[in-house]
Design a protein around this ligand. Sequence first.
Ligand code: 2NI
Ligand code: ZN
Ligand code: ZN
Length: 465
Amino acid sequence: MSSLPLLLLLWALGSQGFPATSDTQEQDMEMVQKYLENYYNLKIDGMQKKQRSHDPLAEKLKQMQEFFGLKVTGKPDAETLKKMKQPRCGVSDVTLRFKLTPGNPRWEHTHLTYRIENYTPDLPRADVDHAIEKAFQLWSKVSPLTFRRVFQGQADIMLSFVWGDHYDNNPFYGPDGILAHAFQPGPGIGGDVHFDEDETWTSDSRNYNLYRVAAHELGHSLGLSHSTDIGALMYPNYIFSDDVELNQDDINGIQAIYGPSENPIQPNVPQTPKVCDNKLTFDAITTIRGEMMFFKDRFYMRTNSYYPEVELNLISVFWPHLPKGFQAAYEVVYRDEVRFFKGNKYWAVQGQDALYGYPKDIYSSFGFPRSVKHIDAAVSEEETGKTYFFVANQYWRYDEYKRSMDAGYPKMIVEDFPGIGNKVDAVFKKDGFFYFFHGTRQYKFDPKTKRILTLLKTNSWFNCR
Ligand code: 2NI
Ligand code: ZN
Ligand code: ZN
């Protein structure tokens, strides 16, 4: 870093009432600039004149202060400097999406107690106990915190079912809307969780699953605020899905407050896909009623012609009971049906409705031999009613009208689709062309000439810059 931007910075700060005279102040300013460059993507152009309306440093400072729940002044005040000097994780804060509770409240002890003060009539008591215990375990597994249940007296975290006005200035208003709330760490009511008794609490997929809501509320009890990561438990909206788990963003959040867990191995933590990441890969892709839908883990990405931005959401928002991590998907347009494959099973949907009687197995329905354990990719041609199934380096052709596998299959992929490699992750057909996906590559293929027309990034459909 040349000295010109730093001088500019000193002048900029000086003009806001922070005269940079002593050596330590100068070092502080250098530290502030480095910090914002590292974690907030600050770029100070050496030639740029400071404009009153646009002060990139103050903007980034505000962003950082908001992120850490500090007073948002846009100035490197004592609190801000103190925060910047603390040990931290090397990941840029711009990529982190969790938020800490303003003021940064945290428990000063790591061995916490909890007490279940009363029960809901909606569930057997054992189910309530179990849901709460599991919710605590999610957080203790990834942090230095431990939770011990007590049966009388005061506990750090008191959990209760209450309704309407329950005298904490945060009344509930009947079913739906606000399901529960929790207080930030602190003495007395701090950390406590109130579940709205006007909700129906469940231990299954019906609204509202107590385990899921408890897991979210405990995040607040421990000092987390809502996250903008749609895959995070701390995302503000309740969305049912079969498993309740913390994702990487929740873990980043809790560890930003309490440091890492004593057992640092956290295998296979779910992450929310980044649609414009060059390394994005897909599990499956299909057309659906004129739109394209891309699948990855628990998420779908959807594009359509009237809205420029790609939509990222949980598969369970549309189809709560489909599994995550499909391996293939295709649409049969004349039946208005989309089929999803995972292992040797498949599911079928019509728009938002999952069809009855699924999953079925691929052997009796399509005539695959038992040696086929899963389908890598599938696509159906509207014009011919032929469906192509890709399995390792071979493909099969199925007739949707005759409902049988065509004779002469499987064939080698390389015979009829030369150049696309010998494994396909996902495929769809659009305007007469096949689009094959493998890893971070996408091939536009012309079936008439049997040639690859272009090599594309996997996320070429998402309007990424
Ligand atoms: C949503 C709304 C709510 C309480 C809890 C949730 C929620 C969100 C995500 C998950 C589970 C539950 C997950 N995964 O009440 C309305 C807003 N309030 C007061 C809160 O956010 N409280 O936490
Ligand atoms: Zn309350
Ligand atoms: Zn919440």
